[in-house]
Design a protein. Structure first.
Length: 271
C-alpha cells in the first residue's frame, strides 16, 4: 500500500472504532442533542422577546437564530474530541495504538472524522427541531447543501483544536472543562444570537472578525435567512465576504492545529 492509502485505511478503522464507542455510549449522543434543543427553546420562546425587541419572538428571529445554533452545536461537539483523546490517554489506549503497525496521523484523523459523523447526526436532529418552531430554508437546494457543508467544514476545523487540547490535558476531569471553556467567548461574542453591530466597542470588533461569526453569517446567507426587521444588517469586509472568510479561517485553523496535534501525539506516543 502507498503511504496515503495506508493512512486512509487506518483512519477508516479508527473512525469506525470511535463511532462504535458513541453507539455503546448513547448518553454522548443524547447530551449532544438535548443541549442545543434547550438552547433553541430558550432563545426562541424565553429570551427572544428581550433580545429581538417587539418582534424578537417572531418567526423572523427563529430563522435568524437557527444558523447560530447549528454553528454553536457543532462547535461544542469538539469537546467530545477533547474528552475522547484524554480518555484514550488515561486508559492506555494510545499505548496500544503505538504498539500496532499503523499510521500515527490516522489516529487523529480517525477521531476528528468520527466526530464529524456525530455532527451530521446532530444537525439532522437540530434541523427537525428548527422546522418544528417555524424555521425554513429560503434558498435553493444547492445553497442549502452548501450551508450545511460550511457548518461541517468549520466543525472539522474546530475538532483539530479539540484534538490538540485533548492531547495536552493531563486527565479526563481537566478535559471536561478545557474542552468547553474556550467555546463560550467564541460562540457568544459573535452573531449567533444577536447582530454583531449591537455589541459595544471592542466586543463588536472581535465579533466582526470572529471566524464563528463568519461561519454563521455565511450559513444564514446560504439558507436565505435574514435578520429581523429593524435590525442593522452586518457590514464590513468580514460580513460582506462571510463565506470566503469562513473558508479561509477554517483552512487556517486546520493548517495550524493539525501539525500541532500530530506533533503532540508523536511526543505522547513515544513516551
Amino acid at each position: 500500500m502507498t503511504a496515503l492509502a495506508k493512512v486512509l485505511s487506518d483512519s477508516g478503522v479508527i473512525t469506525w472504532r470511535n463511532v462504535m464507542n458513541v453507539r455503546r455510549n448513547p448518553e454522548w449522543l443524547l447530551g449532544a442533542t438535548l443541549f442545543p434543543i434547550m438552547f433553541v427553546l430558550m432563545f426562541a420562546y424565553v429570551f427572544g422577546g428581550a433580545i429581538g425587541g417587539p418582534g424578537g419572538d417572531s418567526v423572523e428571529y427563529r430563522e435568524f437564530l437557527i444558523a447560530g445554533i447549528f454553528a454553536q452545536t457543532v462547535a461544542f461537539n469538539s469537546s467530545y474530541t477533547v474528552i475522547g483523546f484524554a480518555n484514550d490517554l488515561q486508559k492506555g489506549i494510545i499505548d496500544r495504538f503505538r504498539s500496532l503497525p499503523m499510521s500515527r496521523f490516522a489516529v487523529i484523523v480517525g477521531r476528528t472524522t468520527a466526530d464529524q459523523v456525530l455532527s451530521v447526526v446532530v444537525l439532522v436532529v437540530m434541523s427537525a427541531c428548527g422546522l418544528l418552531i417555524g424555521w425554513r430554508i429560503r434558498g435553493s437546494f444547492l445553497d442549502a447543501v452548501l450551508g450545511y457543508l460550511m457548518i461541517l467544514l468549520f466543525a472539522f476545523a474546530l475538532s483539530w483544536v479539540g484534538a490538540y487540547i485533548g492531547l495536552i490535558t493531563p486527565s479526563v476531569e481537566v478535559a471536561n472543562s478545557a474542552g468547553l471553556i474556550w467555546m463560550f467567548p467564541l460562540t457568544f461574542i459573535s452573531s449567533a444570537f444577536v447582530p454583531q453591530e449591537s455589541l459595544p466597542g471592542v466586543l463588536g470588533t472581535i465579533a466582526d472578525w470572529n471566524p464563528f461569526t463568519a461561519a454563521v453569517n455565511a450559513t444564514r446567507d446560504l439558507f436565505g435567512n435574514v435578520s429581523p426587521a429593524g435590525w442593522p444588517p452586518p457590514s464590513g469586509w468580514p460580513a460582506e465576504n462571510a463565506a470566503l472568510y469562513a473558508i479561509v479561517s477554517s483552512v487556517a485553523i486546520i493548517a495550524i492545529f493539525a501539525p500541532l496535534a500530530t506533533a503532540r501525539y508523536r511526543r505522547v506516543a513515544s513516551k
